[in-house]
Design a protein around this ligand. Structure first.
Ligand SMILES: [Zn+2]
Length: 114
């Protein structure tokens, strides 16, 4: 990949980058995102299941989801009661990242069609 920071345009000395303008877009607050995606139940369930994807080891919690190992679960993001159920039946669940969740679902669907 091309790196080195030299691809920033040089000929615009009169126009310093405007960081505070264009305030139409909501600033991102990671705390809010975290609050939205990390209920206490989810955080606890993820921790107990190892905090990373069971398939590839990806460990950014924002893209991790908890699924039933047998593949019968719906994905219930942000649903506290779902995570309480996960905590009750922990051995039946594992963590998948968004990529692996998609891949395993497609593999499963392909198997069903065979
Ligand atoms: Zn994965």
């Amino acid at each position: 990949m091309y790196r080195g920071g030299s691809d920033r345009r040089v000929g615009t000395a009169g126009n310093p980058p405007r960081e505070e303008e264009e305030g139409e877009e909501e600033p991102r607050h990671f705390d809010t995102l975290r609050e939205a995606t990390m209920t206490a139940e989810r955080e606890k369930a993820l921790a107990l299941l190892g905090n990373k994807c069971a398939r590839c080891g990806f460990d950014n919690q924002l893209a991790l989801q908890i699924a039933r190992i047998d593949g019968t679960s719906r994905n219930n993001w942000n649903n506290r009661s779902y995570y309480r159920q996960v905590l009750r039946d922990l051995p039946y669940y594992h963590i998948l990242c968004a990529n692996c969740a998609l891949i395993t679902r497609m593999e499963r669907e392909a198997e069903v069609e065979r």
